[in-house]
Ligand binder design. Structure first.
Ligand code: ACM
Ligand code: ZN
Length: 568
């Protein structure tokens, strides 16, 4: 990542500095801000846009101008004092520079993401009404300041599980809008799982006719029960393209996940010949880890995966394709007979590959599946990401590991020379409870992940010296087994995603939990204007000494308790 230029650093030194204005509440906190004397009024300001700025950036600036005009109720002008958007080729694609001084707001960037982030920073410096749809009387001024900003990590992800519960195109766009406000740039879209297949694949119509629908859903935590209500849905290819385009216009790349070879019961219900036993299978109505997975000995399975992934790669232009790889083997299964152990085709494959029987055999066979799919993905110029279980075989070069069972997978991957994305459940699983008062929270999967523990996460902790460059970035995951409504989804997401954004964006020495919590008050005003739900439990915890939490006794105790309760 490029550092700020000497030119900008020198500018900051010569500026006459002022203390931070009380209402400066931008999340994630920009990395370099120098406050100056005075303010600039932006109501009815002029907007000048350098013609060398690309079309997508001009459209993003246009959306910002539209929001300003709506909220102030006054049209912007073509010239005079006001905004001056300039193309600056010396800045990296996600860097931006804002100079608010002498009645002008100069904004410089070199590419779409830089311009978007500059606009998002300015929006957060203005009254929350800028996020609304109506004219509001407010103080439409910006404090004079010079802001130079760039992210700490290039990969700043948020995951969404649309299999366990389905989110409409409009709900998904709203999720993307929230990600943009906090400068995230990757949506990991978990499109397939045991409980529902959500992507239209033209070569396999039964995926949307059969695999997208379950006959019912278990009630609460009673996995043997079913409400008997047919549930499901899917995205057409056109709708998935719509999401890809909507996100791309907002600086976000959508990474599709086809979870394989496990978490495939829904697909098996549609095409039972792809399983070891041939079925019949039913789209799962309960949560957990299913025993039935794709047969690794059947070449038809690879034809299926080739066709599915090829269609998806036509829709999703992302550098990475997520191929899952988690929880293929249920560690808690009472009956330890696993389909691959007894399947004649899988056994023949193992013999052919020279895989010896024993506890490691299944990992080696999974590795064979991963390698074949990796070769296919690579043949289209893309790269695979897999959950950290893929490290248990002899993972091939070029794979990226998503560390979820803790931080260890990422640490080990980086030590072995693989790139890794850190998404440890201990800090970044937003399907966990936020409060100790569980009876006051909506039912969820379990765990305990309060805001301050999210905020305390440091992605380089535990890494071997020199392995930092292998950490591409950080992501939080939102699994939706127990989440059925947008209100609940947003409650689980916020404000924890704001904490995530500071882990992803801010240099470690710029993080400050007290400052962050103060800034959250403005975020809540913004979310109120947007009509977005959020959790306020953390407020009851303020005052507890957590600076920085990760060094505190509190965090150590939390990890110990979590280990005992959840077997982490
Ligand atoms: C996962 O949470 N099973 C990746
Ligand atoms: Zn098999």
């Amino acid at each position: 990542m490029k550092r700020l230029t000497l030119f900008f650093a020198a500018l900051a030194v010569f500026a006459s500095c002022c203390p931070k204005p009380e209402n400066f509440s931008v999340i994630p906190q920009p990395n370099d801000v120098t406050f100056l004397k005075g303010t600039v009024c932006v109501k009815g300001a002029a907007v000048e846009i350098d013609p060398s700025i690309d079309k997508a950036s001009r459209e993003a600036i246009g959306r910002f101008v539209q929001a300003l005009e709506t909220a102030t109720g006054v049209k912007t002008k073509a010239d005079g004092d006001g905004f001056d958007f300039k193309y600056n080729p010396n800045l990296g694609p996600e860097q931006y520079y804002i100079n608010i001084e002498n009645d002008d707001v100069e904004v410089e960037a070199s590419a779409l993401n830089g311009f978007i982030y500059a606009c998002e920073t300015i929006k957060q410096m203005l009254p929350a009404a800028i996020y609304g749809k109506k004219k509001v009387k407010a103080s439409w001024v910006l404090p004079c300041a010079k802001i130079f900003d760039e992210p700490r990590f290039g990969y700043r992800g948020m995951h969404l599980d649309c299999s366990r519960h389905f989110w409409s195109i409009e709900e998904t766009k709203r999720y993307i809008d929230l990600m943009v406000a906090y400068k995230l740039n990757r949506l990991h879209w978990h499109l397939t799982d045991d409980q529902g297949w959500r992507a239209e694949i033209k070569a396999y119509p039964r995926l949307t006719e059969v695999a997208a629908w379950r006959a019912g859903t278990c009630i609460g935590k009673d996995y043997e029960s079913s409400d008997g209500i047919r549930y499901g849905g899917y995205y057409t290819q056109e709708q998935m393209r719509e999401i890809v385009d909507y996100a791309a216009a907002r600086g976000i790349e959508v990474i599709p996940e086809v979870d394989l070879p496990g978490h495939m019961v829904a697909a098996l219900a549609a095409y039972p010949e792809l399983g070891c036993t041939g079925g019949p299978y039913k789209v799962w109505e309960r949560w957990g880890i299913a025993k039935d997975i794709l047969c690794a000995g059947n070449d038809e399975v690879f034809t299926f995966l080739d066709n599915v992934l090829s269609e998806l790669m036509d829709i999703f232009p992302s550098k990475y394709i997520h191929i899952g790889g988690d929880e293929c083997f249920d560690p808690y299964a009472e009956d330890s007979t696993f389909p691959w152990d007894v399947c004649p085709k899988c056994n023949a494959r193992m013999r052919k590959l020279g895989i010896k029987k024993g506890p490691d055999a299944k990992h080696q066979l999974q590795n064979y599946v991963t390698e074949r799919v990796q070769a296919l993905v690579n043949s289209k110029g893309r790269h695979i990401i897999g959950w950290d279980e893929i490290l248990e075989g002899n993972l091939s070069e070029g794979a990226t590991v998503m560390s979820w069972r803790g931080v260890e997978g990422g640490i080990k991957a980086a030590a072995k020379g693989f790139d890794a994305i850190m998404t440890p459940h201990t800090f970044l699983y937003f399907d966990y409870y936020q409060s100790k008062e569980r009876d006051k929270e909506p039912l969820c999967i379990g765990g305990y992940l309060p805001l301050e523990n999210v905020y305390a996460y440091e992605p380089f902790d535990g890494l071997a010296p020199g392995a930092e460059d292998h950490i591409l970035g950080v992501q939080a995951n939102l699994w939706t087994e127990y989440i059925t409504t947008t209100e609940h989804l947003e409650y689980m997401l916020l404000p924890r995603m704001c904490a995530l954004s500071e882990i992803q964006w801010c240099d470690a020495d710029k993080k400050d939990y007290t400052r962050f919590c103060t800034a959250l008050d403005h975020t809540f005003e913004i979310l109120d204007v947007m009509g977005v739900n959020y959790c306020l439990d953390y407020k009851g915890l303020i005052g507890f000494d957590r600076q920085p939490a990760r060094d505190s006794v509190a965090l150590a105790e939390y990890l110990e308790a979590a280990k005992a309760t959840w077997g982490w």
